[in-house]
Design a protein around this ligand. Structure first.
Ligand code: ZN
Ligand code: ZN
Length: 359
């Protein structure tokens, strides 16, 4: 599998007029080589498949990174990368300008002297990562299902009224870990009542009251892959106005979800949900994009937002998560994680979206 990824990357490297690409960002490196350690790099070019790491990862690299790669075990990765081009002249070496620091770039440039031109090539691997293979989609689905199970146990069956947001968040985290997750894909958001009007609310040491809405946004990291889901639940009777907001967000979510397939841009899908929310008079209450890609990272390409110019492709895995946030009152967000197919979307999580009352 890694070999074919390296081949796909090689095509991009050639297309960009580069002689080689230096890969240093760890998530990109994991995607490319399978390496899960904390210090490594790779060089990809015609006839070049070089993997670099330090002595601590000798055995791990042998296990995780296949024979398609030439392994170099060396303490100083940048110096070793430069060494690969010691006899090169007039060569164009791409590097990840989205992640390489200014200091690293300076060191590399000094070592490469004028023989090798460093060319910014950030986003090349991210573009490839956005299209998942079936095995990756299975892993994301497994992470999503694990997260669903934790939610059923902690929120739906366990009940949340009278418990603090922090306590529920911690329980969700533990429930995911106990089911085999490596960790959370991001710290869970549990936000009751007016606190739910903050899209990125941190859980507080405040008991969750009855008769309000609670936003729960959580995800698991399993086998390297992330999941991301949001449900907004009612803790009893709701003010009719709040129930109406819930129904509006649900309609926006389901309508946008039904439009997902290979072809439209992220901006077009975003606009479908946004128009519904705008028409209901809540334009200023939906301030974030509709969704984002999910994979080895919980936020990656493509994006579903006003800035999403890329056409969706089969194999993209994206969230669909409209929200309406009424400051000082409530927030509602409903988020599904879906794999884009040629003619639709395969929803990877399985929790119901009809307004659910929890104790
Ligand atoms: Zn989320
Ligand atoms: Zn999300």
């Amino acid at each position: 599998m890694s070999a074919s990824r390296a081949e796909r990357l090689q095509e991009q490297v050639t297309e960009r007029g580069l002689d080689a690409l230096l890969v240093t960002e760890l998530v990109n490196l994991r995607w490319l080589t399978g390496f899960t350690g904390s210090n490594g790099a790779a060089i990809v070019g015609p006839g070049r498949r070089i993997f670099l790491t330090d002595f601590r990862y000798l055995t791990q690299a042998a296990d995780e990174v296949g024979d398609a790669w030439e392994h170099r075990i060396i303490p100083d990765l940048l110096a070793a990368a430069a060494e690969e081009f010691a006899s090169a002249a007039g060569l164009r070496l791409g590097f990840d300008d989205l992640h390489v620091t200014v200091a690293q770039h300076r060191r590399l440039a000094e070592k490469l002297e004028d023989r090798v031109e460093l060319v910014g090539a950030g986003g090349v691997i991210e573009g490839l990562r956005a299209v998942k293979d079936p095995e990756e989609i299975d892993r994301i689905r497994a992470a999503a299902e694990l997260a669903d199970d934790a939610f059923r146990e902690v929120v739906l069956e366990g009940g949340i009224v009278g418990r603090t947001e922090r306590d529920v968040a911690l329980d969700l985290e533990v429930a995911m870990r106990r089911r085999g997750a490596e960790g959370v894909s991001f710290p869970p958001i549990i936000a009751a009542g007016a606190h739910g009007a903050l899209p990125h609310a941190s859980p507080r040491d405040v008991p969750i009251p009855a008769d309000t809405l609670v936003v729960v946004d959580w995800g698991a990291q399993l086998d390297g892959y992330a999941s991301d889901c949001t449900r907004t639940v009612a803790t009893g009777e709701l003010d009719p106005q709040d129930a109406e907001v819930y129904a509006l967000v649900l309609r926006a979510q389901e309508t946008a979800l039904a439009a997902i397939q290979a072809g439209p841009t992220g901006r077009e899908i975003d606009a479908i949900a946004r128009t519904i929310i705008d028409d209901a008079g809540h334009a200023e209450h939906f301030g974030h994009g509709l969704g984002h890609g999910v994979g080895l990272a919980v936020h990656e390409g493509p994006r579903l937002s006003k800035l999403g110019e890329t056409a969706l492709a089969a194999g993209n895995v994206v969230t669909v998560e409209p929200g309406v946030y009424l400051p000082g009152r409530i927030g509602v967000r409903i988020e599904d994680l879906v794999a884009v197919t040629a003619d639709g979307a395969d929803v990877l999580n399985g929790l119901p979206k009809a307004l659910t009352r929890v104790a």
